[in-house]
Design a protein around this ligand. Sequence first.
Ligand code: TEU
Ligand code: CA
Length: 545
Amino acid sequence: MANPQPWWKNAVIYQIYPRSFQDSNGDGIGDLAGIIQRLGYLESLGIDAIWLSPVYRSPQDDNGYDISDYCDIDPMFGTLADMDNLITEAQKHHIRIIMDLVLNHSSDEHRWFQEAKKSRDNPYHDYYVWRDGVEGTPPNKMRATFGGSAWTWVPEVGQYYFHQFSIKQPDLNWDNPALRQELYKAIRFWMDKGVGGFRLDVIDQIAKDPDLGITSNGPMLHAYIRELNANTFGSTDLVTVGEAWGANVQNAPIFSDPRGKEFSMVFQFEHIGLDQIPGKAKWDLAPLQLSALKEVLTKWQVGLHGKGWNSLFWNNHDLPRIVSRWGNDGAYRQESAKMLATLLHGMQGTPYIYQGEELGMTNVAFPTIDDYRDIETLNMYRERTQAGYSEADILRSLHAKSRDNARTPMQWDATTNAGFTDGTPWLQVNPNYTAINAADEVADAGSVFHYYQALIRLRKQYPIFSEGDFTLLFADHPALFAYQRRLGDQVMTVLCNFYEEPLTLPADAVAPLPLDTLLLGNYDTPADAAHFRPYEARIYLNNAE
Ligand code: TEU
Ligand code: CA
C-alpha cells in the first residue's frame, strides 16, 4: 500500500497507574523501578505501548493529576534518570512509553501559581483564570467536579481563581500565549527523551469560558489544539489520545483528523455513562440497558469508520472494573471477563487495557470510608452525608463507582500484599488476590491473561481487526451482542452472549452466517453454532464466497 498505516492503528496500549503497579523499595507506593521489573510480563502479554498516568513532581492531591513541575519526576516515583532508564529498557521489550499530559490545570504549588497569586501585575498572574468579586460571593454558581464551588478566593489579590477540579488544581489560562509556549516547551522536553506519545488529560476543557458557563468544547478549542500540534508532535509518528468527556460522534472526526492536524484519537465516554440515572451523577446508579450499549458502540464504529479513529476501552484509573460492572465477578468471572474482552477487541480502533483488566481483576468493597483514598470519593462522601444520604446508600455507590476500585494494587501473586510491596500499601490490596493474580494466570493456559494475549496476537495477525468495517447483527436481540467486520473478501463475525442465561438462536438466522472457522472462543469447544452458554463469546473468520 502506498500509504502505510501509522503504527498505532494496530497497536494495543496498556495503562499503568504507577502508584499501584509495583513497589520496588518498600514504601508502599509503586514506582518507575518497579515498572522496569515487570517489562518482561508486559512484553509477553504482547502490548505495544504503556500509557503512564502522571509521574511528574506533584503534591499528589489528585494522585499526580496536579503537577507542580512538568519537567521533573516526583521523588515518590524515582528520578529523571529512572525515567530515561524506563524509556530505554521498554524499547528493548518493543514497548513505547506514552506520557500523560495534564494541560488544563496545574497544581497550586506550581511556581507559576505561587507567583500568580502574589499580585495582579505579576507576569504569571494571567497564566490562570481570575475574576474580581467580593469574598463570600463567587462570580457565579459553577461547581467543581470534585465538589464545592469552582471558585476560590485569594485575599492577596482580592480575586477568585477558577478550578474545574480540586482547589489545588487551578485552571490554566489558555488565552495567554506565553503560557501556551511554556507548555509546548515541556512537551518537547519529553519528546527529546524519546517518548512514544501522549495522553492529554481533559483536553476538551482547556478553552473554557467561565463567564458563559462553558467548560468543554469552548469556541477556541480546535485553534488551540492545532497550535499545540504544530508546535510539538505534529510532524512525528507519536500517538496522541485526547481525553474528551465532551466528545461526540460529530466532533470526534475533528479531534482525530486523519490528516494529523490534531490527535490520533480521543477517549469518548458515551458508553461509560449508560449505567447512571440520566441527568444525575455517576453515583446515582441505574442498570445498563444492553440495547443502549449496542446503539452507542455501533454509532461510534460506523460514525468514525474512514473519518477518524476510535479508542476502545472499558476501564481506566477513574472507572470501576468492567468484570464487576457489566460482567459477573462471581461464578462466571473468567467467562464474562473474556466475553467483554472479545466484544471490545473485535471492534475497529486502538484497544486500551488497564492494569489488572487482563487478569479479570474486580472491584473492591471496603467496609468504611476510612479505607478509601481518592479525593473524588472522600469529597462525595462528605457532601452526600451532609445532604442526608444514608451511610449504606453512599457505600453502595462507592462499591459500584469509586475510582479506588481501579486503584487497588496490582495482584502479582498470592504472597503478602499480592507481591505489590514489602511495606504497607498506600491503598489496601483487594482481599481476593490469593484467587486472582498474575502468577496463577500466566501458568494457566485457560486464564483471562492468556485470552487477552490471544486477542492481541489476532489483531496483529489479521488486518481485518484494525481495518474492517462494522455492521451490527441481531440488533433487537435482548441478550446477544453480535456484529460483523468486513475487509476485502474476508468476513469476521463476533458473537457474544452478554448474560448468564444460555441462549439459542433460531436455526434460520444462523444458517446464512459464515461460521466455518472459529478463531477464538471463551469455551473449549463450541457446543453448536446456534447455542450459547453463559457469557459465551466467539470470533469466526471466513472468506466471503
Ligand atoms: O479525568 C477527567 C474527569 O472529568 C474525571 O474527573 C471524571 O469525571 C471522573 O474521574 C469520573 O469519576 C481526568 C483524569 O483521568 C482524572 O484522574 C483526574 O482526576 C482529572 O482528569 C483531573 O485531572
Ligand atoms: Ca516505592
